[in-house]
Design a protein around this ligand. Structure first.
Ligand code: SAJ
Length: 417
């Protein structure tokens, strides 16, 4: 299929949509980005970014200056649409597709025969078919793959993103891409679109397999991290250094255990496995248990802190809990980034402050603490850490790897000691 994608419309300009829109624009495609957030739209149209991702600011500045990317609040006629909106879960861990529904309803009035609509958001199995059904309801004058197969007017596919925050711009281009069309013709069209910039392989499959593939990748990682986290709690009971254990076990040619930590954060790995559990609760027993193990890890870390506080107070009978100062090393959800969203490190730090401790937060990747956290947390630099009685390592930022922890009361959730 020759490339007939001259103008695309990307709906949702967040951590995935904006880098994708900017990368298409940098490869010569005219891109209209759409977001419901007026602030994001205004920033982008000024050539600025509202999210943090290495090199994204320069890329957006260039493509906006060249008139290749612009942003607005509502969709527009285009050759292809990419939906990259959030897919959270509700209180009962059921997926919430309201943003996909809203995007489908917003773009439907602009559809014309031959258009391709791609769902990029990580989604539960059958979400692509559901999106196509919403489009069809809104446009009874057009035909869609679920009823007309290869003869449909509109092509629909699921092409999940798989990029690692912090390396988005490289991985968008270099990663292999799973292309799940509702029909083979839909897959071919979507492959043609992504080949504009993807240097990895574009591998065609059906929409359900593509949906499940993305959920499987993140569940695989979650289960492996849960295994590591469970080992860390077992090793604590048995007085074994879990990091030494993992590194020794990983010398086996067919063993590759991930690293324990204070819990699993971010917006993907702690969410996506629930989409499998919600669909197949009877079968997804291991996947559910992994989620529960990882979600329970922050509580276990807090219990470890309580044990250390008790030790400290026993050694200092003149002091009470209000005299204890704890330094929390790292607030981000993983090393060497400034992203505090869904971060177990931040959660643990907040919970400790709520218990009345004096909390010093050491987070070299931020300049100010978020507004909504307890007042007794103070942001300090690494050099000021010696005013703390207890040292809690929560993130393996590169700055923390060089420090000496000798002669201090340390709780090390990342194996830096
Ligand atoms: N973590 C550990 N131990 C490890 C590795 C990670 O505790 O050995 C923790 C991290 O500290 C963090 C959480 O897991 O809190 C998630 O971090 P991550 O680096 O594993 O993943 P994300 O959320 O930044 O990105 C993942 C990636 N998925 C996989 O590696 C399978 C990325 O490729 C996906 O595109 C992304 O989710 C997504 O958008 O779904």
């Amino acid at each position: 299929m020759s490339n007939s994608f001259k103008h695309i419309c990307v709906i949702g300009l967040g951590y995935i949509g904006l880098p994708t829109a900017a990368t298409f624009a940098a490869h010569g495609v005219k891109v209209t980005g759409v977001d419901v957030n007026q602030h994001a739209v205004d920033m982008i149209n000024q050539g600025k970014v509202h999210i943090v991702e290495p090199d994204l600011d320069a890329l957006v500045r260039d493509v906006v200056a060249q008139d290749k990317l612009s942003a607005q609040l509502t969709p527009i006629e285009a050759d292809a649409y990419i939906v990259a909106v959030p897919t959270p879960f509700k209180d009962d861990y059921q997926p919430d597709l309201k943003y996909i529904e809203a995007a489908a309803k917003a773009l439907a009035p602009f559809l014309k025969q031959g258009n391709l609509v791609i769902l990029e958001s990580t989604s539960p199995v059958e979400a692509t078919e559901q999106m196509s059904a919403w489009l069809s309801e809104a446009r009874p004058d057009l035909t869609f793959p679920q009823t007309m197969g290869e003869q449909a007017d509109i092509l629909v596919a699921h092409c999940p993103e798989r990029v690692l925050p912090g390396k988005v711009l490289q991985e968008l281009i270099s990663n292999d891409r799973i292309i799940g069309g509702m029909t083979p013709r839909c897959s071919k069209a979507a492959s043609t679109l992504y080949r504009i910039f993807v240097k990895g392989a574009c591998i065609e499959t059906n929409a359900r397999t593509a949906e499940m593939c993305k959920l499987t990748e993140n569940s695989f990682r979650d289960v492996n991290i849960a295994f590591a986290n469970e080992l860390s709690m077992i090793c604590d009971k048995l007085d074994i250094n879990v990091w030494e254990l993992v590194s020794l076990a990983n010398r086996h040619p067919r063993v590759n255990i991930l690293q324990p930590g204070p819990g699993v954060g971010g917006h993907c790995i702690a969410v996506d496995p629930w989409f499998i559990v919600a669909k197949t609760p009877e079968q997804a027993r291991l996947i559910r248990t992994a989620r529960e193990v990882n979600d329970a890890k922050p509580e276990w870390v807090i219990d470890q802190v309580k044990i250390k506080i008790a030790d400290f107070l026993q050694a200092h009978p003149d002091k009470t809990i209000r005299d204890v100062t704890i330094a929390c090393y790292g607030l981000a959800f993983k090393p060497d980034i400034d992203d505090l969203r869904e971060s177990p490190a931040l959660e643990i730090t907040k919970r400790l402050a709520e218990q009345g401790l004096n909390v010093l937060a050491i987070e070299p990747n931020i300049e100010n603490l978020p507004h909504n956290i307890p007042q007794n947390i103070r942001l300090i630099s690494v050099d000021e850490r010696d005013s703390a009685d207890i040292h809690l390592i929560l993130v393996d930022h590169k700055q923390f790897k060089e420090l000496n922890y000798d002669a201090r009361l340390v709780i090390d959730t990342k194996g830096l000691q």
